[in-house]
Design a protein around this ligand. Structure first.
Ligand SMILES: C[S@@+](CC[C@H](N)C(=O)[O-])C[C@H]1O[C@@H](n2cnc3c(N)ncnc32)[C@H](O)[C@@H]1O
Length: 242
């Protein structure tokens, strides 16, 4: 059973106050880069894996998707998503993606944002997603960048000039990593970029695009705290096709 940290009250309270949860998609600096990877959404049957509050699920319906199935492990996240959604074509379901089985050839797009780094058996997940898609369907997802993940312990230290430096620790050693984020001991799973891409190739996906998101100078001007993201990639954005 996967760790369900989003149902921890302290974690949930902190997480709910992040700009991307208060303001939705416009509060996520990488959103425009994700949009650029998404196919035309009209008439698509979509699954949103790790849907959280359902920001993307609702936006996809606004773009004309036929239906969206949002899946999340956390009752907290699913309850909030249900509270702020009034759309019969969006279904939210509580389930563990680690063991989830979706129906075969049931979707035209699989989408996921910042969830798969919580999944231990990524290869099983990718095979399962492949089976759930019709031929030609796309699989677009974002994860915490493996370099960011490997730099998590310690996250940074100051060099002699007082400049923040992020060491990358044991990048080649894959598997469980624990980090402190709102609460102690949040479990994530580190995989190299190669392992991540090869999982897709082995399952039969064609990789269309790989983006190591970095904020634009304009974004940094508007929000100087984002400058830190130029030091190391924080997110990996991938689009692929069955
Ligand atoms: C960083 S949040 C992202 C939420 C949403 N995709 C967004 O971008 O706003 C990660 C989500 O993944 C969910 N999650 C983590 N592990 C999961 C699992 N094993 N099965 C299903 N959902 C999981 C969490 O409950 C949380 O809602």
């Amino acid at each position: 059973m996967a760790q369900n940290i989003y149902d921890n009250p302290d974690f949930f309270s902190g997480y709910s106050q992040l700009p991307r949860q208060v303001h939705g998609l416009s509060g996520a600096p990488e959103w425009q880069a994700i949009r650029a990877l998404l196919p035309e959404l009209a008439d698509k049957r979509i699954v949103d894996l790790g849907c959280g509050f359902g920001w993307a699920s609702r936006w996809m319906r606004e773009q004309g998707a036929t239906s969206v199935l949002g899946i999340d492990l956390s009752e907290n996240m699913i309850s909030r998503a249900q509270e702020i959604t009034s759309d019969n074509a969006i279904t939210y379901r509580t389930a563990d993606i680690e063991t989830l089985e979706l129906p075969e050839a049931a979707f035209d797009l699989a989408y996921s944002a910042l969830t798969f780094h919580y999944i231990n058996d990524f290869q099983r997940l990718v095979h399962m997603v492949h089976r759930s898609l019709v031929p030609g369907a796309e699989f677009v997802f974002t994860i915490e960048h493996p370099i960011f993940m490997a730099a998590a312990h310690p996250r940074w230290f100051e060099d002699e000039d007082g400049r923040k430096t992020w060491p990358v620790n044991r990048y080649a050693v894959e598997g469980e990593r624990r980090t402190d984020w709102f609460v102690k001991g949040v479990v994530k799973y580190h995989r190299t970029v190669g392992t991540t891409l090869n999982a897709l190739i082995r399952a039969g996906f064609t990789i269309k695009s790989v983006e190591e998101f970095a904020p634009s100078l304009e974004q940094i001007r508007n929000n100087p705290a984002l400058e830190e993201e130029l030091e190391r990639p924080m997110m990996l954005l991938i689009s692929s096709q069955r």
